[in-house]
Design a protein around this ligand. Structure first.
Ligand SMILES: Cc1cc2nc3c(=O)[nH]c(=O)nc-3n(C[C@H](O)[C@H](O)[C@H](O)COP(=O)(O)OP(=O)(O)OC[C@H]3O[C@@H](n4cnc5c(N)ncnc54)[C@H](O)[C@@H]3O)c2cc1C
Length: 555
């Protein structure tokens, strides 16, 4: 939506098709709780935000991108307020900011703990002012139409009718979100199936840094529902079964930051506590505790109302009186479609990407909480502008020839719908994929299990060919959508596992038990994963360094 607004504002003559597989307000952004980062206070500076992000990324973030990001973050957040976003305020009327992990001062803007909801609403409402933003809701994009190395639009399955249509355009911006659903236990909504990553990958654009998968330290056991980092920003404590604040009492590398250390380190600390027998048993496995009881009811109700509600409903715990059960949970993909600072995809002209589906290299090996919502604004806007500039000079394709791509897609989908005869089920393949990903590409990784996951996922792609489906109806056939999503997830899972197995060091969220040190001599590069019918092909890309030289990451 930010890209679409930037595009129509930049050029009075263009129109934008906003295509979404769900009603736009149901995008995953709506569930973001904690906040969006941008320098706002006098004791803060762009340099500090820049360095925190570089350090958080374990020196794998591109420093030109980070510089651009921190400069534009406050401008974008202010602009969003002008479009209606109700940021929480301090007593004196200035914008309130809260502490977030890995950030050296309070710089996370928030609207209570319903930040994504308010941000998405503001963007959506503003987008309605432009009749040149034409919405295509509940249309599932199945393919990028690429002709002579240039993207000409997309094919989309109208979920209501079961019909495939071509939506043509001179440029395409992918803003399709992450792929957390390739794992069994995630904070991500069911729609986060890596579709955009797979679309770009199959069209010849490499996926970058896919091995870096962020575990958030505080998810509810069982459901994986997120308990926002704002709980720790507001002063919450992480404890083991003995009530010990192990991030304070033991050496987990977070130093004085304690609960406000970065996510990768806290997730590892919790896993180690559990492995040392200091976790608490439950039917959903072992967990640790997040204690907010000392914050008091008033603070919890004003700053963290949704957390209280979620805990009561989904864990049967009222955080005003009892600690919350928590365990690390898959949350975010640092990797994605390889794009440059303009959002331009590597290898297909006219294609752009922004937000979680893209890897513009802001987050490197580990994202800092609250940088991602701001990333959607800053690089959404920039990629929207880049797309307009490209579209102005681009020729239109041959409509009749392009329509043939739509016919072929319709044929492919008709053949898949209600397909009988294979012995494999959607749930069976999806479950095995998720199990394989957790076992090889979890918080801690090792050569043998990663290699096993690589083999398992390759085998699952074979099994997918024998899929049997049951629903042959056309109207709102959710089974065929799930089948298309599973195909996309398998591509993403393959890219994650192959990229992970190739990185023989520990950096950020990629932590190996059998290669525990970071190795800048051999591995200070971005991993590129190219699609090849014979299996993923890996390549490297330089990291853009700048004023901050890599150093040991200590807090
Ligand atoms: C529970 C939770 C809390 C979070 N809290 C925070 C936070 O406090 N601060 C922060 O910075 N980050 C947070 N994050 C991360 C952040 O919210 C996301 O990274 C970000 O919102 C992603 O936005 P996006 O626009 O890239 O994708 P999304 O919001 O996921 O939107 C993707 C869009 O693409 C569409 N789409 C996808 N595939 C297709 C297809 N095949 N065809 C058509 N349309 C398609 C979808 O319909 C949707 O509209 C949180 C994430 C989660 C899961």
């Amino acid at each position: 939506m930010r890209a679409a607004i930037a595009a129509v504002e930049a050029d009075p003559d263009i129109s934008v098709a906003l295509v979404s597989k769900v009603y736009p307000m149901r995008s995953h952004t709506v569930s973001a709780e904690g906040g969006a980062a941008g320098v706002a206070r006098e004791d803060d500076s762009l340099e500090m935000h820049g360095f925190d992000t570089v350090k958080g990324s374990d020196f794998l973030g591109d420093q030109d991108v980070i510089q651009y990001f921190v400069e534009h973050a406050p401008k974008e957040l202010t602009r969003l307020e002008h479009w209606g976003c109700p940021w929480s305020r301090n007593e004196d009327g200035s914008v309130a900011t809260r502490a977030f992990g890995g950030m050296s001062t309070k710089r996370t803007w928030y609207a209570a703990d319903k930040v994504g909801f308010h941000m998405l609403h503001s963007l959506f409402q503003h987008s309605l002012r432009f009749d040149r933003i034409v919405r295509y809701d509940e249309q599932f994009v199945t393919k990028l139409i690429v002709d002579g190395g240039q993207v000409r639009g997309v094919t989309a399955l109208d979920i209501r009718e079961g019909v495939v249509r071509c939506i043509l355009g001179r440029a395409v911006v992918l803003c399709t979100g992450g792929a957390g659903k390739i794992f069994p236990f995630t904070t991500n909504g069911n729609i986060k199936t890596g579709d955009g990553m797979a679309l770009a990958y199959r069209s010849g654009v490499p996926l970058k840094d896919m091995e870096f998968v962020q575990y958030h330290p505080t998810g509810l056991p069982g459901t994986g529902i997120l308990i926002t980092e704002a709980t720790r920003g507001e002063g919450g404590h992480v404890k083991n079964k003995d009530g010990e604040r192990f991030l304070v009492t033991r050496d987990y590398g977070v130093g004085k930051k304690a609960e406000l250390g970065p996510r990768d380190m806290i997730s590892r600390a919790i896993v180690q506590e559990i492995e040392a027998g200091r976790g608490i048993d439950s039917q959903y496995g072992q967990y640790a505790l997040l204690d907010l009881t000392h914050l008091g009811e008033e603070k919890i109700d004003s700053r963290l109302p949704m957390v209280r509600e979620l805990c009561k409903i989904y864990a049967g715990v009222d955080p005003v009186y009892e600690p919350i059960p928590i365990r690390p949970v898959v949350h975010y993909m640092m990797g994605g479609v390889d794009v440059d600072i303009d959002g331009k995809a590597n290898g297909v002209s006219g294609l752009f990407a922004a937000g979680e589906t893209a890897c513009v290299s802001l987050n490197g090996a580990n994202r800092l909480g609250s940088n991602s919502l701001t990333e959607c604004l800053v690089f959404g806007a920039r990629s929207g502008l880049s797309a307009v500039n490209f579209a102005k000079g681009a020729s239109a394709g041959d409509d009749a020839a392009l329509a043939k791509v739509g016919e072929a897609e319709q044929g492919r989908i008709d053949a898949l719908r209600g397909k009988q005869g294979g012995g494999e089920t959607l749930a069976g393949i999806r479950g095995d994929m998720q199990k394989a990903m957790e076992s090889g590409c979890g918080v801690y990784r090792e050569e043998a299990t990663m290699q096993q996951t690589v083999r398992d996922i390759a085998e699952l792609e074979g099994r997918y060919a024998n899929l049997s489906l049951e629903d042959s109806s056309k109207v709102f056939n959710t089974e065929i959508v799930a089948a298309l999503e599973l195909e996309n997830m398998l591509d993403c899972a393959r890219a994650v596992s192959n990229s992970a197995a190739s990185r023989n060091e520990s950096r950020g969220a990629h932590t190996r038990r059998d290669a525990t040190a970071r190795d800048d001599v051999n591995f200070l590069y971005h991993t590129l994963c190219h699609f090849d019918p014979a299996g993923p092909r890996l390549d490297k890309k330089d990291v853009t360094l700048g004023r901050w030289e890599p150093e040991e990451r200590k807090y």
